[in-house]
Design a protein around this ligand. Structure first.
Ligand SMILES: C[S@@+](CC[C@H](N)C(=O)[O-])C[C@H]1O[C@@H](n2cnc3c(N)ncnc32)[C@H](O)[C@@H]1O
Length: 272
């Protein structure tokens, strides 16, 4: 199987910066700005689970690794004071473009999601983090930074690729979708794929286990309040399509977490 070169945190970020700039130039998925009609009721588009409600009004809200002219302008239109972080300058230029068109105030910052050192401790009430932790080998440094910049009792809403989906074959064999990639593949980029909607071509992606996705979030100082698996399944879909594959393997998980007032409050004390 074709494995890209292993790489550290900084090399992965640099590789993916170039890859995402390219995806923007090629107008690929996740680089398309919000549509005009979505601005009529932005929270209907953004908050299907109703996890946020009125909390966004006037909130200091960070859209993390969320460039592309979609989340940041919509949250700004919903009344939040928005900062958007992304590694890709091209993605951020889409946010500035939409903000100018819609007369919205948005602050854009180009950095890797594991280095938020330009922000003060407890700077944000809400952090919104679309799918992107898969683009770094290590997830713990990201959670540490998010915990630092989120105020006590603030909200952290994130979405991630599920590990089983990153392990499973793109197309089914006669036995169905098969697990091709090991679960324990520490800091090893996933094999390159082509023509699959569950991966982004040209990027380096990494599998994070459940103990890393959820356990490390708790250990960083968050408590999980809710968790959903956005459903893309359609058992009638043509074999091998994203919807057919999603009938067997859920592609994403969405997590609602709240910052503990003190990380120590998150430790579990077992009786001796
Ligand atoms: C799937 S897109 C999410 C945002 C997109 N607007 C959407 O609609 O879902 C993933 C984003 O993560 C960004 N990204 C990848 N690696 C990153 C890193 N190390 N730090 C910050 N952003 C990163 C990419 O540039 C891209 O904008």
């Amino acid at each position: 199987m074709n494995h890209p070169e292993p790489s550290g945190q900084d090399q992965a970020a640099e590789h993916n910066r170039r890859a995402w700039d390219r995806l923007v130039r090629n107008k690929q998925r996740f680089t398309r700005p919000a549509k005009d009609d979505e601005f009529h009721d932005p929270l209907k588009v953004l908050d299907g689970n109703r996890w946020l409600g009125n909390a966004v009004l006037g909130a200091q809200l960070l859209c993390l690794a969320a460039g592309g002219g979609r989340q940041a302008p919509l949250y700004a239109a919903a009344g939040a004071k928005v900062t958007v972080v992304d590694i890709s300058a091209e993605q951020l230029s889409l946010d500035r473009q939409v903000a100018a068109e819609k007369d919205l105030d948005i602050c854009t910052v180009q950095t890797s999601m594991d280095d938020l050192s330009m922000f003060a401790d407890q700077a944000f009430d809400i952090v919104i983090h679309p799918v992107s932790t898969c683009y770094l080998p290590k997830i713990a440094p990201v959670y540490r930074e998010v915990a630092r910049i989120t105020r006590p009792h603030g909200l952290y809403i994130s979405q991630h690729k599920q590990p089983t989906s990153l392990q499973a074959s793109t197309l089914p064999s006669e036995n169905g979708y098969e697990l091709l990639t090991p679960y324990y593949c520490e800091a090893q980029p996933l094999p390159a794929v082509q023509g699959s909607l569950h991966r982004e071509e040209g990027t380096l992606e990494y599998l994070h286990r459940w103990d890393q996705l959820i356990g490390e979030m708790c250990r960083a100082g968050f408590v999980i309040e809710d968790l959903t698996e956005p459903c893309h399944a359609n058992s009638q879909a043509a074999i091998g399509t994203f919807a057919h594959r999603s009938t067997f393997v859920a592609p994403y998980v969405r997590i609602k977490a709240r910052r503990m007032a003190s990380p120590a409050a998150n430790r579990v004390w077992l009786p001796e």
